[in-house]
Every structure is written in C-alpha cells, then in structure tokens.
Design a protein around this ligand. Structure first.
Ligand code: XIL
Length: 342
C-alpha cells in the first residue's frame, strides 16, 4: 500500500446526540476533546425537526451546534432526504398529493436555518438498492412519487436553499467482496456519473463504511478503485459513519477489540491512500451509547454475556476508556486534531 497522503489535514469526527451529551459529562468531555467534527445522529432528520406537521423542534440541533462551536468543532448536516427518517404524516401527504413543494419547504427550512453554520449536507441518504430497486435506485416513497430524478430535484432544491453549501449523497454497502456490494459500487458510480453529466449540483459523497466482521476480507484493490473512480469525477469523499459490526461475541474482550481495530486499520489503510478522502467520522463514540445491535445469527455465548452482549464496534468502551480502535484512528488520522480546530 502506498504512503497515506496528507494525514495531518484530515478531520476526525463522530456522530453525537445532545441529550446524551447533556446527561453524561464524561461523554461530553470525550466528544469535545477527541473529535474535530460532530454529526447530529438524529436531531436534523425530518422526523426529529418536524415529527408532527407544522411543529418544529430545532432545540436539540441548536444545542448540539452550540456545543460544537464552544469546542471549535465543525458540524456535518445529516440528512435531508431519507425514507427511514421521514415522518409518517409527510410520507402520507407525498403519496396523496405528489407535491414537491412539501420536500422543498422542508429543505429550505432546515438548510436555511443552519446555512451559516453547516457547510456540508447529506442531501439524499441511501438512494441505492440493487436488489429490489429500479435501475439500482431504491424504490422509496420519493422515487415512487417523483420518479428516479427525485435525487436531482433534491440536489437542485438544496442548492437553491444554500448556494454556498457542499452537497453530498451518503450511502452504505461498498466495502466487501460479495455480489451485492459489487453491484452497489457500480450502481453508485453510474448514479454519480449521471448526475454530473446533467450538471446537477453535487460536490462530494459520504461513504458510510459500516464495517462488518461477518463479510470476509476487504478487497483492497476494488475499494481503492471505487474511491479513485469517485475522485476522478472531481468529487470529495467523506467517510461518514465508520463503525464495526461484530458477529462473534464469544472470544475474549481483548481478542474482539483487536479484531475490531484490525478491521478499521485495514479499511483506513486503503481509504486514506486516496487523497480525495477528507475526513473520517465514526457512527458513535462509546459502547455506552451504541446504535450497534446484536442480531439474529450472531454468535453469542449465553454464559458469558447473558442475553445482552455489549457491542465493541466503537472507539471507546462503556467506561469511556479508549480501545484499540481508538488507537487505530489516532494512528491513521487523529494526531493533529487540535491544530485543525478553528
Ligand atoms: C441511526 C441512528 O444511529 C439511530 O439512533 C436511529 O434510530 C436511526 O438512525 N445510516 C444512517 C444513519 O445514515 O442516519 C443511521 O443512524 C444509521 C444508518
């Protein structure tokens, strides 16, 4: 593997929830001291800002932004259009009325409010589905109501709402060597090419990078070629949701932690060779508040863990002690984070 380029200029970020930060001083100190960028885990999603029609709830976003600003951190805008975080009332209205104005008002309201603080926005989250989709695009409500060019429309609308903002598509499932992820990489590249050919405002991509210890070795050449193809289109690349899904919880803690950190090292060795990769954000900070779940089919030793096997796929453990994954991140990217604060 070639030398990692310009690591000193890359940002390390994490997603966070202000309610958790406010209730947990240790977590607050950890987020504040270890990361240069913060992504609201839930607060910017449509079902958070407007869970009930016309009742807006920007308090948590405002408080997380204030926290980030106190700590000299950037804030990443996640996510404007995502089926899973669209409130039911909006999905219902979209299906009933087919009115783009509803999407437009949402995008303008959210981006307009944070135009001066948030520079990068995940405009469409998870548009790819090669298994049940249409031409590789997920058959979500937006696609069904407005057709596949809802993506173009969302990007155009976002560009109107905040002309200075960098606009992203954010997507998962590009890291492994199986037919689904081979197809997903190809579908994503053709979507990007189509959008750029049409002159749609698209400036960067978010690669979620939810790593998974059950999916076999990471195919270095395929992943490097994929990232190079994105860079060749002139797009910046942000690793937006890095974490590691464990599958086998039966080994010792030390062994599990090494597996997690080895996977992160393998991935970042590949990804950070690509100069277009600007930042790495982990999807969470500590196992105390982890979105990672034990799933059916995972190997769990009931005697060791009872029914709850805590996940270890994030950089800090549930006592906020740094784990080998944290060291892997520091080695790859983190050393100069203080100098990057603005
Ligand atoms: C997840 C959050 O972590 C959960 O707390 C929430 O309940 C659902 O969303 N891909 C994404 C993120 O883009 O927004 C998701 O976050 C995780 C998968």
């Amino acid at each position: 593997m070639a030398e990692t380029l310009r690591p000193e200029r890359r940002l390390l970020g994490a997603c966070a929830r202000i309610d958790q930060i406010e209730q947990d001083a240790e977590l607050a100190a950890c987020v504040a001291s270890q990361f240069s960028s913060v992504t609201p885990e839930i607060h910017l999603k449509w079902n958070s800002v407007e869970n009930k029609e016309g009742q807006f709830w920007f308090g948590p976003v405002d408080r997380l932004i204030a926290f980030a600003q106190r700590n000299g951190q950037r804030v990443h805008g996640h996510a404007l259009i995502w089926e899973q975080s669209t409130p039911d009332w909006a999905l219902h209205q979209l299906r009933r009325d087919g009115d783009w104005g509803l999407v437009e008002r949402h995008i303008h309201r959210v981006m307009g409010r944070y135009r001066d603080v948030i520079g990068d926005w995940d405009v469409v989250n998870e548009p790819i589905d090669t298994q049940n989709g249409r031409n590789g695009l997920r058959r979500n409500t937006f696609q069904q109501v407005f057709g596949s060019n809802y993506i173009e429309r969302a990007l155009e609308t976002a560009h109107e709402a905040a002309p200075q903002a960098r606009l992203l598509l954010n997507e998962y499932g590009f890291e492994y060597d199986n037919y689904v992820e081979v197809e997903r990489r190809a579908a994503f590249l053709s979507l990007l090419q189509r959008l750029l050919d049409q002159g749609v405002p698209l400036h960067a991509v978010g690669i979620q990078a939810h790593l998974d210890l059950g999916k076999g070795p990471i195919p270095a050449r395929d992943v490097a070629d994929f990232l190079q193809a994105i860079a060749d289109m002139g797009l910046a690349i942000l690793i937006t949701e890095l974490d590691v899904k464990e599958r086998d919880y039966r080994a010792t803690i030390a062994e599990r932690d090494m597996r997690v950190s080895d996977e992160v090292r393998r991935y970042l060795d590949i990804a950070l060779t690509q100069p277009a990769v600007e930042s790495v954000t982990t999807w969470g900070v500590t196992d105390r508040h982890s979105w990672l779940q034990v799933e059916r089919g995972d190997q769990v030793d009931p005697e060791r863990f009872g029914s709850a096997a805590p996940n270890r796929g994030l950089p800090f453990d549930s006592d906020l002690r740094p784990k080998p994954m944290h060291v892997a991140l520091q080695d790859a990217i983190g050393q100069n984070q203080q100098a990057l604060r603005r």
